[in-house]
Design a protein around this ligand. Structure first.
Ligand SMILES: *[C@@H]1O[C@H](CO)[C@@H](O)[C@H](O)[C@H]1NC(C)=O
Ligand SMILES: *[C@@H]1O[C@H](CO)[C@@H](O)[C@H](O)[C@H]1NC(C)=O
Ligand SMILES: *[C@@H]1O[C@H](CO)[C@@H](O)[C@H](O)[C@H]1NC(C)=O
Length: 423
């Protein structure tokens, strides 16, 4: 611990001297298979304590349940009515009848959020500022920890729905807002608001998020995935705080099955949705074409396994380096050079239970809600793909499945390199 604290101060001292050689942060991201969500550890408070949070690409700010022993020598609340409070967006002034302490004071700035549990409700959490620490990185290894001192988050009294993933105490907001984790890190170090996600589908081997660095991002064996990015525009933030790219068509085995004449159709990228959902009409055309194309390759559908509607016996499908051999799915963005090809490892889900061994098409019918985005890309489809969210340049870079490039998201080398800052 002494060493850890010493290294915090070391980073602080050196960061002001060598700003240019202090490029980026990282955090490992692990899949919780039961919840089908992704979690990450951050260090918060003084002395620093590790907390696990849910990764939420669509959330504007970070929520932490601080009802259990939030002890820190460095936290501050934000007075209601202060310019900082006004700058945080929708807020109110806290009233707390409990024991005074972190998250419980009168007349502090409080942030609202909607808890999307069984009963939708608006919950209020006091805004706190405290120290947040993450490892710095050169894109190859993690190094010592770097700290930002005024990280703002919402401190709730008591658990809330989103936090109901085992071992987590809240959710990390990665949204397109100035209070999100990547935005606050970038601002503190005067870096671009940019972060890069490489999610691993394995519960034992984590993937990684890089903050503030356009690359390189090395994965074993020595593969820089930043060289494989294709870019597409990040659509306007008016839609929501999440990240939307634009699609023009979908192809199955290179045959167009859905085409729009409405420009770029907003397509949300979500880490809270386990499987891609398509509006009913799109889903029906897609599913029918997928079944037709697989029938042409002598694949017969079997009884479906919920929640999926199109499944095949695993024995009938050959393996390839990019997953089961099934028709390819292409999501075509602004033009024919910006195509995300989805192979079996991302389009199909292996179901192995109760005597069933099947591969199921991992896309779901999202119904017909006119207000919901027509297409929401879910976690299973973005795993083992590198995604760079470059908010400042309003673009998203994607690599396609990194198995094609000879590596995987779990191949980041997490061995700590203490000497990293001397490079
Ligand atoms: C907040 O104000 C109420 C009413 O004045 C008071 O009863 C309560 O103890 C105060 N809470 C704190 C944490 O000071
Ligand atoms: C699927 O095949 C059937 C029968 O051959 C055909 O009528 C239908 O148009 C095909 N659908 C698609 C989406 O290709
Ligand atoms: C991982 O990184 C460490 C520290 O830089 C290095 O010594 C080690 O050789 C790397 N592992 C592999 C498999 O390259």
């Amino acid at each position: 611990m002494a060493l850890k604290i010493a290294s915090f101060f070391f980073i602080l001292a050196i960061s002001s001297l060598f700003r240019a050689s202090f490029p980026a942060f990282l955090v490992p991201v692990t899949k919780d298979s039961a919840a089908e969500k992704y979690t990450l550890p951050i260090y918060l408070r003084t002395p620093p304590r590790q907390v696990y949070l849910l990764l939420d690409l669509g959330a504007t700010f970070t929520l932490i349940d601080c009802s259990k022993n939030y002890a820190s020598s460095s936290y501050h609340s934000i007075p209601c009515g202060s310019p900082l409070c006004s700058s945080l967006g929708p807020h109110s002034c806290s009233v707390c009848s409990g024991l005074a302490g972190p998250g419980c004071s009168n007349n502090s700035c409080a942030l609202h959020f909607t808890d999307s549990g069984a009963r939708k409700s608006t919950v209020m959490g006091e805004a706190l500022m405290d120290s947040l620490s993450l490892p710095v990185t050169n894109g190859r290894n993690p190094g010592p920890f770097g700290t930002i001192h005024n990280f703002i988050f919402s401190c709730t009294k008591g658990p809330f729905h989103k936090a109901h993933v085992k071992g987590t105490s809240g959710s990390a907001g990665f949204g397109r807002s100035k209070l999100s984790v990547p935005a606050q890190l970038s601002k503190s170090f005067k870096e671009k608001f940019l972060f890069t996600l490489c999610l691993s589908g394995s519960p034992s081997a984590p993937g990684v998020v890089f903050f503030g660095s356009p690359g390189p991002y090395y994965f074993l064996p020595e593969i820089d995935l930043s060289k494989h990015l294709i870019y597409t525009p990040l659509l306007s933030p008016q839609l929501s705080n999440g990240y939307f790219i634009g699609l023009t068509s979908i192809k199955v085995n290179e045959k167009v099955i859905w085409l729009t004449n409405e420009g770029l159709v907003p397509t949300k990228i979500s880490t809270m949705t386990p499987y891609t959902t398509l509006r009913s009409a799109i889903f029906k055309a897609f599913a029918e074409a997928f079944v037709n194309e697989s029938a042409a390759a002598d694949l017969k559908v079997r009884e479906p396994v919920k929640p999926f509607s199109i499944c095949y016996n695993a024995d009938d499908i050959a393996d390839t380096p990019v997953g089961p051999a099934v028709p390819t799915v292409d999501l075509v963005m602004q033009n024919d050079d910006a195509v995300w090809r989805i192979f079996g490892s991302n389009s199909m889900v292996r179901i192995f239970r109760g005597g069933v061994d099947a591969w199921c098409l991992g896309f779901l019918d999202g119904g017909d809600h006119p207000k919901a985005p027509p297409i929401v890309i879910g976690g299973h489809q973005i795993e083992d793909n590198l995604w760079q969210f470059d908010v400042e340049s309003e673009r998203v870079g994607f690599s396609g499945n990194v198995l094609v490039h000879g590596t995987m998201c779990a191949n980041f080398n997490f061995t700590k390199n203490e000497g990293l800052l001397y490079i």
